[in-house]
Design a protein around this ligand. Structure first.
Ligand SMILES: Nc1ncnc2c1ncn2[C@@H]1O[C@H](COP(=O)(O)OP(=O)(O)OP(=O)(O)O)[C@@H](O)[C@H]1O
Ligand SMILES: [Mg+2]
Length: 357
């Protein structure tokens, strides 16, 4: 994880207490977000949590109800209702629906932001060709968008967003119209390109693997708030709340009681974890058993049931339940196991998280 720089000249974006309501409905609540120069942050969250709304406020396409925002040291939103227009922010944008102009050639589409900046024709063309080369489309410069595939059109949009090397690039689900294979390849390319150019970016997605591929830090957004912002590794090893662990589908959540002498005991099953004593105050607690914390072991302390045995070509994946309830736990196996059979599991207690209730 990159440290977020504190010097103003090292900050690409700084949002403080941004809120947004549509009528009586509050969609964004107290958003604080800092983005270092050259840093890529993903906004990851379920549909309707406010990702696009926050991005549109950063772009200047929507005004905030309250709060402040600076982009590259320039105040673009302040508490008094001032909103710098999109063209004054100089940022690059890539949206889901490509938004490239059908009547302009690929080259002219990419050169457009440079025209807005009144650069001369020769320089515009040189830089647009360089940007097209970076996204692997130099050979299509003279074509028109209607003759390109979806993936190619999105590369044109990407080239246009980076051509002016803006202080900030905003992405709103740019790959969601493409098929899975293309998505994975392009996500990797976008991440590499942003790093090579040292660009700062906010990348909105509801696809966890895309967020983890592209971003240095991932902001998990739930219900209009940033529930946690951390590196992908930290989100998985130290989710800040039950809601974050649930959203990221890290493993099973089991309710029980924590006691200073006996540790954690589950109220509904045989599960007992003495080593968790002292991890949190005594009382009702929910523990997170990450998928990475369990492995089959004949001497294991936990007994799970096989809910489903999935053939994966080179091995089997066992979907496991506790007390007959689905848990989200899965475990690889060399041999198939019948549904409802019992699997003893060893638990790595160091990887468990305890959330007092
Ligand atoms: N112009 C608007 N008027 C009223 N409500 C709106 C408006 N724009 C967005 N909303 C509401 O604000 C909430 C957040 O919308 P937003 O588009 O930011 O979500 P999102 O996280 O981008 O979702 P998705 O993943 O589906 O794109 C939703 O409940 C949406 O209905
Ligand atoms: Mg959206």
């Amino acid at each position: 994880m990159k440290d977020v720089p504190t010097g103003l000249d090292r900050i690409a974006l700084c949002a403080t207490q941004i809120a947004k309501s549509f009528g009586d409905t509050q969609v964004l609540r107290n958003i604080d977000l800092g983005l270092g120069l050259g840093e890529v942050v993903a906004l990851l969250g379920p549909s309707g949590c406010g990702k696009t709304t926050l991005l549109r406020i950063a772009a200047g396409l929507l005004s905030a109800s309250s709060g402040q925002m600076q982009i590259a040291g320039q105040r673009v939103v302040d508490g008094s209702g001032f909103n710098a227009p999109p063209e004054a922010r100089g940022i690059g944008m890539v949206f889901q629906d490509y938004a490239i102009w059908p009547h302009l050639s690929v080259l002219d589409n990419v050169a457009f932001p440079l025209r807005m900046r009144k650069l001369g024709r020769n320089e515009r063309e040189t830089r647009a060709r360089r940007a097209l080369d970076r996204v692997g489309l130099a050979h299509l410069a003279d074509r028109f968008p209607g003759t390109l595939s979806g993936g190619q059109q999105q590369r044109v949009a990407l080239a246009r967003a980076i051509v002016a090397e803006p202080p900030l690039v905003l992405f709103d689900e740019p790959l969601s119209n493409l098929d899975r294979e293309l998505r994975e390849g392009l996500a990797l390319e976008i991440g590499t390109l942003l790093r090579e150019l040292g660009l700062s970016a906010i990348y909105v997605t509801h696809d966890q693997s895309e967020a983890f591929t592209i971003a240095d830090r991932v902001a998990v957004m739930l219900g209009g708030r940033i529930a946690q912002i951390d590196s992908p590794e930290t989100l998985f090893t130290a989710p800040a709340s039950v809601a974050v662990a649930q959203f990221l589908n890290i493993g099973a959540l089991v309710d029980g009681r924590l006691c200073a002498s006996t540790g954690f005991t589950c109220t509904r099953s045989q599960l007992s974890l003495p080593s968790l004593a002292g991890r949190a105050p005594e009382g009702p607690a929910r523990i997170l058993i990450p998928r990475t914390a369990i492995r089959p072991d004949p001497q294991g302390a936990l007994t799970a049931q096989v809910l489903r045995c999935q053939f994966q070509g080179d091995r089997y994946l066992l979907h496991l339940g506790l007390d007959g309830q689905s848990t989200g736990l899965v475990c690889p196996a060399d041999l198939p196991a019948p549904v409802n059979s019992q699997v003893p599991l060893a638990i790595d207690a160091d990887r468990l998280r305890v959330f007092p209730l």
